[in-house]
Design a protein. Sequence first.
Length: 319
Amino acid sequence: MTKPHRIALLAYEGCQLLDVTGPAAVFGAANDARDRPAYEVRIVSPDGGAVASNCGVALMSQPIGGRCDTLLVAGGSRGLKAVMAREDVRRWLRKAAPQARRFGSVCTGAFVLAAAGLLDGKRVATHWASCKRLADRYPAITVDADALYVVDGQVWTSAGVTTGIDMALALVEADLGAATANLIARHFVLYARRPGYQSQFSPLLQAQTDVDAPFARLIEWMQTHLDEPLDVPALAARAGLSERSFYRKFVEATGKTPAHFVEGLRLDAARTLLAKGLPLKAIAGRVGLRSSARLGQAFERRFGMAPSLFREMHATSVA
């Protein structure tokens, strides 16, 4: 990069603060990691000046206008309909987005791009709670209700709030390489860099959401013992319940049978290992699916593609 890339982050009254400041902090950290700045970050808004975010923290912004290399629209609840309805915003987006090298959104910012007609024919992500609403309102868009973020050509869209950081790290990696993106992630004290294909729904977090969380500890244990037998007798014994009682209570707590839940854990782990380029046989053993054939059947049934194709698409280095 010979000169700084111009980043425009569209904010508005009532926008989600972290949808703006999360990506901005990533790009700022990329500048700190280099001898000379890689990015010129601007927060823009329909009218410029101070913009109150959803939590009351004000963002100083410049009026919309001009060209940029990357354009991202923040999500929000309050104020979202108002900014979608503004013809001047839609007009600027229709002009600026196609001229940018890439454009996209964080969380419900996808609705703003959709209102400008910029997402037709694209596969996109948004917050899980808004996926159906986006799909129903804009049928020309394919909404991926599972992914953390989606890249479709020059369009980058992410799910809710913190996933904007994940997507911004991926943008930095595309520009400056994995080493810089990983350095920023370590600086941010992130537990892990999450790939876009990772699900918005953490099994452990979903279990912990329930006040009683009867199986949270069991699920946490399951995630680190995928290569062991995880059938009903083994899980019931670990939970200290009869098999019949365990099965009934597990389905009530998770909405899934133990077998279906365990397979989901194993396939999610398999995706992570495939992205690391590991051989199919080794992955099958590590996640408890025993054979590459069994892994292939289950993987294709759930994700609609062979694990070998997924590895080609996502692996950084094939072992």
